[in-house]
Design a protein around this ligand. Structure first.
Ligand code: NAD
Length: 286
């Protein structure tokens, strides 16, 4: 097989952002205010880098941004109180709680405190439940939605396809598998305890790697002609960003793959703002 095709995220992100901006302009005209996203920010380096992209994308999406730092000295109850205020604020349409939260804070308590109608990253039990039910109108976590947007943009069909998802976190692995299932893919989930991992991954026509282990996915994981979506973000000893996929190893066998950086990352930010507009427009589950 010839060299695999690269599937850059930028055109996907741009197309999504264009639509989001139009929706934001219509919203602003009607409501006489900008749609607004409130972010509870984490001090973790990966969260800070995501925050930088959120800041630079907000104005391009026509969305106002309010930031509330979660200091390491914060307590679960102080953050829950802050969330309750944002839940009641009429000018706040979406709330994002960045992870990882400080160690002494109970993330699940925060997720439960969040108003599901403002849960633009799909972490509340209500939104996760809507996704589980497979009905339209759930706020899927932005990264999970981004994987599906990329496949749609590049016209890689999910229906009937063998999809293998590596990873089972609540913000990526689980929701992306459920989204693929709701699009009629045949889905397999893999994780740290999966036996014969490469063999299972080789079933995939679409392999989605969301692990956080550089170069884990090599030629032995990839079926000839597969599409590989690399969600992983890893920083090597030289500060260079890499994904979970060993690109030189897979590029003669895969049909296509998303690069890191420049693949899933930019699309994730665009999906976040698309979710904010869904919330501002009052999206409800069917
Ligand atoms: P996580 O640590 O919560 O979950 C990792 C998952 O991978 C777990 O379910 C675990 O079972 C599985 N796993 C770990 N090691 C494994 C192994 N050797 N074999 C098989 N499975 C294994 O991480 P997460 O929050 O889901 O993020 C995953 C990766 O995606 C990270 O690198 C993260 O930085 C990246 N990420 C990227 C974006 C983006 O926009 N591109 C957004 C969120 C997360």
């Amino acid at each position: 097989m010839a060299d695999a095709k690269v599937l850059p995220g930028k055109p996907v992100a741009r197309a999504l952002l264009e639509v989001t901006l139009e929706r934001a302009e219509r919203f602003t005209q009607k409501k006489k205010r900008l749609p607004k996203l409130a972010v509870l920010t984490s001090e973790d380096p990966s969260a800070l880098s995501y925050l930088k992209s959120i800041r630079s994308t907000a104005s391009k999406a026509g969305v106002a941004l309010d930031e509330f730092p979660m200091k390491t000295s914060a307590t679960t109850s102080s953050v829950v109180n802050g969330i309750s205020q944002l839940n009641r604020a009429n000018d706040v349409d979406g709330i994002l709680i960045q992870t990882p939260v400080p160690e002494n804070i109970d993330f699940r308590a925060l997720a439960k405190a969040l108003n599901p109608d403002k849960d633009v990253d799909g972490i509340t039990p209500t939104q996760a439940g809507i996704l589980f039910h497979g009905v339209k109108g759930a706020f899927a976590p932005s990264t999970a939605r981004a994987c599906i947007e990329i496949l749609d943009y590049y016209k890689i069909a999910l229906q009937g396809a063998e999809v293998v998802v590596l990873g089972r976190s609540i913000i990526v692995g689980r929701p992306v598998a459920l989204l693929a299932l709701s699009r009629n893919a045949t889905v397999t989930w893999c994780h740290t305890k999966t036996a014969a991992l490469p063999t299972v991954c080789r079933r995939a026509e679409i392999l989605i790697a969301a692990v956080g282990k550089p170069n884990l996915v090599n030629v032995s994981f990839v079926r000839a002609g597969a599409t590989v979506i690399d969600v992983g973000i890893n920083v090597d000893e030289n500060g260079k960003l890499t994904g979970d996929v060993d690109v030189p190893s897979i590029s003669n066998i895969a049909a296509a793959y998303t690069p890191v950086p420049g693949g899933v990352g930019p699309v994730t930010v665009s999906c976040l703002f698309a979710n904010v507009l869904d919330a501002a427009e009052g999206l409800k589950a069917e």
